[in-house]
Design a protein around this ligand. Structure first.
Ligand code: MG
Length: 281
C-alpha cells in the first residue's frame, strides 16, 4: 500500500509494520486496508506523524506508485447507473428517467490502468463510457441521503466498455444485457483510489474521455440527474452494499466506437488518467 500525501509517495505497509501503536493488518493490500476501515485520511496521517516523530519518515518515501499494474480495489459487485446524464439519455433516444436505473457489471471484467480491452470482430460495435466510480467503505443498507458520505471509501475512474450491438440485440429479444457489459476486460478501473477528503463535496468534477487524443466525451458531474447521495439511498433500498463494492455513476454524452489500435483515456483532474489500449482478442 502506497499513498500520495504531503507532496510525496509513502510506503504505508512499511509504516504500519514499524509502528508500535499500530496493531493493524501489516501485510494487507489496499483491499485489506479498505475492508478493515483503515483507508481514512486520519488513520494514514497519524501513521505518518508517528513515523516522523520516531525519525522513520524519510525511509518511507518511495519514488512513485508501484510499477506493477494493480486495481485500486477488487469489487464484490459493480453497480452501474444508467442514463444519469440527461444529454446521454437523449443521445440514446430515451427520455431522462424519473428514478435511478441500475444494472450490474461482472467484477471479472475488471482490468487495471494500462491493460488492454480485448475485442472480437463478431461482437460488433464496442463503445467507451467514461464514468466516475464510487468505492464503498462500509456495509450500507437503507442509507439516508444525508449520511451517504459516511459510506464512501473513495473515488476512482471507470470505463463502462459496452458491446453496443450485442446489448441492442439482447434488449430487442427481451433478454438481460448483462453479457454486453461484462465481457472479459470490459471494465478498466483506476489508476488510484482518491480519498473523500481530496474530493469536493458535493462531488462536482470535470470528466472527459479521449480516443487517440481526440476528445469524445466532456462534461461535469454536476450534470448528474441523480446525485451520489440520491443514488446510494436508492440502491440501498433494495440491496446491501459491502466494503469494496463499486458504483459506476453513469456516462455523459459522446459515447462512441473504438477499434483495435485505439487508446482511450478517461480523465478527472482530481483523480488522474485511466489509460486503456484496445486490442484484438
Ligand atoms: Mg455506463
Amino acid at each position: 500500500v502506497v499513498v500520495q500525501a504531503r507532496g510525496h509517495w509513502w510506503d504505508l505497509t512499511q509504516a504500519a509494520a514499524q509502528d508500535p501503536e499500530d496493531g493493524g493488518a501489516i501485510r494487507c493490500d489496499l483491499d485489506g486496508w479498505l475492508r478493515a476501515g483503515r483507508l481514512q485520511a486520519a488513520v494514514l496521517d497519524a501513521l505518518l506523524d508517528r513515523a516522523d516523530r520516531a525519525g522513520r519518515l524519510a525511509a518511507l518515501r518511495c519514488e512513485g506508485p508501484p510499477k506493477a499494474v494493480a486495481l485500486p480495489v477488487r469489487p464484490g459487485k459493480i453497480i452501474c447507473i444508467g442514463r444519469n446524464y440527461a444529454a446521454h439519455a437523449q443521445e440514446t433516444g430515451h427520455t431522462p428517467p424519473k428514478e435511478p436505473i441500475f444494472f450490474a457489471k461482472a467484477p471479472s471484467a475488471c482490468i487495471a490502468d494500462g491493460e488492454p480491452v480485448l475485442v472480437q470482430a463478431e461482437w460488433g460495435q464496442i463503445d467507451h463510457e467514461a464514468e466516475l466510480a464510487v468505492v464503498i467503505g462500509r456495509r450500507a443498507r437503507d442509507v439516508a441521503a444525508a449520511a451517504a458520505q459516511d459510506y464512501i471509501a473513495g473515488y476512482t475512474l471507470l470505463n463502462d466498455v459496452t458491446a453496443r450491438e450485442m446489448q441492442q440485440t439482447d434488449i430487442e429479444r427481451g433478454h438481460p444485457w448483462f453479457r454486453s457489459k461484462s465481457l472479459d476486460t470490459f471494465c478498466p478501473m483506476g489508476p488510484v483510489l482518491v480519498l473523500p477528503d481530496e474530493m469536493p463535496w458535493p462531488v462536482e468534477v470535470d470528466i472527459s474521455l479521449t480516443v487517440n487524443g481526440a476528445v469524445r466525451q466532456e462534461s461535469n458531474t454536476r450534470q448528474f440527474l441523480f446525485t451520489i447521495p440520491e443514488v446510494l439511498a436508492y440502491v440501498t433500498r433494495f440491496l446491501t452494499l459491502e466494503p469494496g463494492d463499486v458504483i459506476a455513476t453513469g456516462t455523459p454524452e459522446g459515447i462512441g466506437p473504438v477499434r483495435p489500435g485505439d487508446t482511450m483515456e478517461v480523465r478527472i483532474p482530481e483523480i488522474g488518467v485511466l489509460r486503456t489500449p484496445v486490442a484484438a482478442r
